[in-house]
Ligand binder design. Structure first.
Ligand code: NAD
Length: 495
């Protein structure tokens, strides 16, 4: 049993009162550790430590030094990628191949943003008035809260921490109570890289701890990844303290197969889009829109392919899909699958069946495919965040765009077509933060990512991510040595 610690002011600490939460492997139910259940007082300590580090050292640390530390952190994470992947897989049940890749992705992100740390240039702005000099400074916000979800902790944290530190902020991180391990392991790695104590602080715990953090009056910014209801609660909290907020929330992304697509590639893309990571990704292509001429073939083929997906131990290379990451999520997914079955949508694969190949242990859900789904039904409108695909037919390009955009969310979309004009035309019309053409679920440290509508606000990754962690100050100098005085006639002239 491993007793993990929080990190406050460079020290490993337990929660006040020493309350702890279990760390559970969703594959076999093994409770292999505990994390502190952080309290309001712990959050207060962490925010104070971050403020003190910002004021005393970090705000005056040159960009070139921040870059050096971030490069070191990137190298440390890259060197430990296999080990970190294994911990993540034990913690949230994601396939080892994927968690290792996410560790490497995180390392790449720290290196990418290291490059910006000494290049946060302002602008010189020519004004209409002579003898004035106007310029902007791009300054860090100060103390920023970084709150993440359980599905991809290392990658989600890197999306926030790398630009936050590059921009010169100090941080208080709170990972999900369902997957905290790789985040608390960051304590060792930031110390080894040489970050001063208090620049990075980590508190663990659940919603109560998150609420204490986002309501804290000592914050200068919040960056959140998680569900829509929590995002809305955080937006309310931020309205009271008036701090900037980045919100990376859920999705119900449309993956659109046109009749001119390379069908085999598109079918793989549909499978990758929804069943990678067991559908537990915000960008899951959970609404598959299929051009009518291909519809019957695509439905039959995807049903058969879903049936062939091997469930099992996520640490084994032979496994295609691991368990759902935690019990509350398993309850949610299975309830929504059952509601789908009862709604009358045509069940093509899965749907809660447990056959001989179904693992004995763990929180598994069979890859599930529904066809003839009504775009107005809950199956098409609500984020399930599990291995559940809803297939919807369309007759024309115009109808495909209308259906894709008829959603409360706007995170991502996929297009499968060999027609270049159509690809550009449709990509422009889709209401989403990301559109993939003839691919799906590809992320890069360099490319901005984020949502519109109920999928959130702000951007992570790419140069745009820095905007969420910097504020612009304008400085205007009068070089003339005089100033126009509208009160001239009030001056009494002697004699
Ligand atoms: P969640 O909203 O339940 O929890 C996210 C984090 O917020 C956790 O750390 C949790 O402890 C904390 N939290 C909970 N209540 C809080 C409150 N009132 N105040 C402050 N913090 C609070 O989400 P989840 O179940 O962990 O994650 C799944 C969701 O995350 C899905 O909706 C998914 O689409 C979304 N997600 C989005 C992205 C993206 O980049 N857009 C990426 C991954 C996951």
């Amino acid at each position: 049993m491993i007793e993990y610690s929080m990190l406050i002011a460079g020290e490993p600490v337990s929660a006040r009162g020493d309350r702890r939460l279990p760390v559970v492997n969703p594959f076999d139910g093994d409770r292999f550790g505990t994390v502190p259940d952080g309290t309001r007082e712990d959050v207060d300590d962490a925010v104070r430590a971050a403020r003190s580090a910002f004021d005393s050292t970090w705000s005056s640390t040159p960009g070139v030094r921040r870059a050096e530390l971030l490069h070191r952190l990137a190298a440390i994470i890259a060197a430990r990628a296999d080990e970190l992947g294994t911990w993540e897989t034990r913690d949230n049940g994601k396939l080892l191949a994927e968690t290792r890749a996410q560790a490497r992705f995180a390392a790449r992100s720290y290196a990418f943003f290291a490059g910006y740390a000494d290049k946060l240039y302002g602008r010189v702005i020519p004004l209409d008035t002579p003898e004035t000099f106007d310029y902007t400074l791009r300054q860090p916000l100060g103390v920023v809260a970084l709150i993440t979800a359980w599905n991809s902790p290392m990658q989600l944290l890197a999306n926030k921490l790398a630009p936050a530190l590059a921009a010169g902020n100090t941080v208080v991180i709170k990972p999900s109570e369902h997957a905290s391990v790789t985040t608390v392991l960051m304590a060792e790695m930031v110390a080894e890289a040489g970050f001063p104590p208090g620049v990075v602080n980590i508190v663990t715990g659940g919603a109560e701890c998150g609420r204490a953090l986002t309501e804290h009056p000592g914050l200068d910014g919040i960056s959140f990844t998680g569900s829509l209801p929590t995002g809305q609660a955080i937006a309310h909290a931020a309205a009271r303290t008036m701090v900037p907020v980045t919100l990376e929330l859920g999705g119900k992304s449309a993956n659109i197969i046109f009749d001119d697509a390379d069908l085999d590639v598109a079918l793989r893309g549909a499978i990758v889009g929804i069943f990678s990571a067991g559908g537990q990704t915000c960008i899951a292509g959970s609404r598959l829109l299929v051009h009518r001429p291909l519809y019957d073939h695509v439905v039959t083929e995807l049903g058969a392919r879903a049936d062939r997906i091997r469930l099992g131990d996520p640490l084994l290379a032979s496994t295609h899909m691991g368990p759902v990451a935690n019990e509350p999520q398993w309850d949610r997914v299975t309830t929504m699958v059952q509601a789908g079955v009862e709604s009358g949508a045509r069940l093509v694969a899965g749907g809660g069946t447990r056959d001989a190949a179904f693992p004995e242990s763990g929180l598994f859900v069979r890859p599930t495919v529904f066809a003839d789904v009504d775009n107005a039904s809950p199956l098409a409108r609500q984020e399930i965040f599990g291995p559940v695909l809803s297939i919807i037919p369309f007759e024309s390009e115009e109808e495909a765009v209308t259906l894709a955009n008829d959603s409360d969310f706007g995170l991502a979309a996929g297009l499968w077509t060999r027609d270049l004009s159509r690809a550009h035309r449709v990509a422009e019309q889709i209401v989403a933060g990301t559109v993939w053409v003839n691919t799906y679920r590809v992320s890069a440290a360099q490319a901005p990512f984020g949502g519109v509508r109920m999928s959130g606000q702000g951007r992570e990754r790419g140069a745009e991510a820095l905007d969420g962690f910097l504020r612009t100050k304008n400085v205007l100098l009068n070089l003339s040595g005089s100033i126009a005085d509208p009160f001239d006639d009030l001056v009494e002239v002697d004699g």
